[in-house]
Write a protein that binds this ligand. Structure first.
Ligand code: SF4
Length: 340
């Protein structure tokens, strides 16, 4: 699934994140990826290609950036596990993805977690779930879990249900958007067996809502699996109220509930994608005028010190010396730079 197409030599090895993009994804673009127009930093202008093609801008680490911007390591009781919120356990089941998104907040981690979680690691996860009765939900994340075979995924689901019958699954995957052909009857029939299960996808631009994507979403919904979407606010890709309006209306029409619009994380090598938070607030204010309550996602930022999600604009206290002061749901105070 990886390296489905070759890049011109000079762009092949920029930064830690490998390049992989399915031909399907590249075909969504308006230009040939080999000769596409780029901005002064070398980032493709096309919103599809900008998410997929490496650029020299990734080699620049801004001062406040981190290789682990959400501080997952501090909430990691075992390799591949993140237990930040009491009721939810996240498992990075693989570091492999059909499409490596250049803005990914785990971009510096994925290369070290290639390959699917081993049987030994699954055994340890089972024990962890059994020892933590406060857990209600397991997030199957990565990388992209759908880069693994249906059989391997089913074996994982079965083991987790063996550890705790009825535990909720949240399958976090970009595959319906990046590689819709991965969603086939066999996969959907398997997922149907493991309800309660929800799917959370990532969609960033209306061009991603192709007829094939819509067909696959129909299949998933017809199996009684709810689908929600996350969107990352990305400079030059979707930092425009009209673009986001079209995206969220399109997702809602398809039966996908827009769930989160994320302010960009401070992941090393992604400064060129981040939108100043003040501009994000302006865009979100416009969306609130244009969209219904069912169509609009929550705007949120992950606190750079690992304190979790803070909703915007509710969590804003004010801007001081270039930093936004933010209040988390537990009352703790955190900071996020206006520009970084
Ligand atoms: S599919 Fe998800 S995990 Fe993989 S690169 Fe994209 S955002 Fe990151």
């Amino acid at each position: 699934m990886s390296d489905d197409v070759a890049l011109p030599g000079a762009l092949e090895k920029k930064g830690p994140l490998p390049f992989a993009a399915p031909p399907y994804w590249l075909d969504l673009a308006s230009e040939d990826y080999k000769n596409c127009c780029r901005d002064e930093k070398g980032v493709p202008l096309d919103p599809i290609l900008a998410q997929a093609l490496p650029s020299p801008a990734e080699l620049i680490d801004a001062p406040l950036e981190s290789e682990d911007p959400l501080r997952e390591e501090e909430h990691s009781p075992l390799p591949r596990l993140v237990h930040q919120y009491a009721s939810r356990l996240l498992i990075r089941v693989t570091g492999t993805c059909p499409l490596y998104c250049r803005h990914c907040f785990r971009r510096n981690l994925l290369p070290s977690e290639q390959g699917f979680i081993s049987d030994e690691e699954i055994f340890l996860v089972q024990q962890y779930v059994q020892n933590h009765p406060e857990l209600r939900e397991v997030l199957i994340s990565g990388g992209d879990p759908l880069s693994a075979s249906t059989e391997r995924l089913e074996a994982l689901f079965a083991k987790l249900r063996e550890a705790r019958s009825g535990i909720f699954f949240r399958l976090c995957t970009r595959a319906p958007v990046s590689l819709p052909e991965r969603v086939d009857g066999k996969l959907v029939s398997m997922l149907k067996k493991y309800k309660p299960l929800r799917m959370v996808i990532q969609a960033n631009h209306p061009k991603e809502l192709s007829s094939l994507f819509l067909e696959k979403i129909d299949m998933i919904l017809a199996a009684g699996i709810p689908v929600r979407s996350q969107t990352v606010l990305l400079r030059g890709i979707n930092d425009d109220a009209g673009v986001l309006e079209a995206l969220f209306v399109g997702l809602s029409r398809a039966g996908v509930d827009p769930y989160y619009l994320f302010q960009g994380d401070l992941a090393a090598g992604t400064a060129h994608f981040r939108v100043p938070l003040s501009r994000g607030l302006t865009i979100y204010g416009e969306l609130r005028k244009r969209l219904s309550g069912l169509e609009i996602p929550r705007y949120a930022v992950d606190a750079p010190d690992g304190a979790g999600k803070i909703y915007l604009p509710e969590g804003l206290i004010g801007l001081e010396s270039g930093f936004w002061r933010l209040k988390a749901p537990d009352g703790s105070i955190h900071f996020y730079p206006e520009e970084a």
